[in-house]
Design a protein around this ligand. Structure first.
Ligand SMILES: NC(=O)CCC(=O)C(=O)O
Length: 261
């Protein structure tokens, strides 16, 4: 079985959810026009890292975001890995991802677990505590957010439910983009899964973001790279490759979890 994924490598208007809702509507329409099965968005696409303005900007209970993504998914018959948005719940803020299927059903939601101190995230955001694995377009899948990829044990925790695709949404600044690529390739190889990773482009007051959204196969080969400009980049993933790779080197079967801490 093959799936066409669309990497929505977009810019994000700082502290301007209205403009970003408009932009997301456009990129999802573009992905649907290109006949993508799944479109993947970047991290914190409603506000950017406008963390000191979340009071007033964060989406209350993520409701506006869920309604938008569900309507777009239904209208265009497209599955959406909704990147993440700043949300407000019970007097706290979260960095939250919503996954919506092509019927407009919410199939999963996830609060980022590892908060990134270098961008002051832990001063404003509350960390999530739960896994994020789901079925999307007929494929067992898992999803994490940005800094989470530096924690292989967390990716494995999510992937161990049989994930064939690992989705990553990010606002990963340009000075560490070489690390982004190496970390993602390693996560693909060790989990013998496709990695579909979307980073934003553009600038915020503190950082420059240069994209390099990637699709990586289970052997760690980069099969699509969106480069450094704003675009919707398509790639097709072929799941028969996973069976071949896992059949040859059965990493999941050979694990010794009783020895790991
Ligand atoms: N938004 C993030 O979590 C950024 C993570 C990052 O840049 C890193 O180097 O890790």
């Amino acid at each position: 079985m093959g799936l066409t994924v669309a990497l929505a490598q977009m810019d994000v208007d700082f502290a301007n959810p209205g403009a970003n809702f408009e932009r997301v509507s456009q990129v999802i329409a573009e992905a649907a026009k290109e006949h993508a099965d799944i479109v993947v968005l970047p991290e914190m696409w409603n506000t950017g890292y406008a963390l000191d303005q979340l009071n007033g900007l964060a989406d209350p209970n993520g409701q506006n975001t869920q309604e938008l993504l569900q309507e777009l998914a239904r209208n265009y018959h497209i599955n959406i890995v909704g990147g993440s948005v700043a949300t407000a719940r019970d007097d706290r803020f979260y960095n939250t991802s919503y996954i919506v299927d092509d019927q407009g059903r919410l199939v999963s939601s996830y609060d980022k677990v590892h908060l990134f101190g270098l961008m002051n995230e832990e001063q404003y955001i509350t960390a999530g505590k739960t896994e994020n694995y789901f079925q999307l377009a007929g494929a067992a899948s898992a999803g994490v957010i940005c800094y989470d990829i530096r924690f292989p044990e967390w990716l494995r925790t999510n992937a161990r439910h049989g994930a064939k695709v690992l989705y990553v949404s990010a606002e990963w600044p340009q000075p560490r983009i070489a690390q982004w690529e190496v970390l993602l390739r390693a996560r693909a190889i060790e989990n013998q899964a496709f990695v579909v990773a979307v980073n934003r482009v553009g600038d915020d007051p503190d950082n420059h973001f240069n994209g390099h959204s990637l699709v990586i196969d289970p052997l760690g080969n980069i099969i699509a790279n969106a480069g450094e400009t704003e675009k919707v980049k398509l790639a097709t993933i072929d799941f028969s490759q996973i069976e071949a790779v896992r059949g040859q080197i059965p990493v999941f079967k050979d694990r010794r979890p009783e020895l790991y801490r």
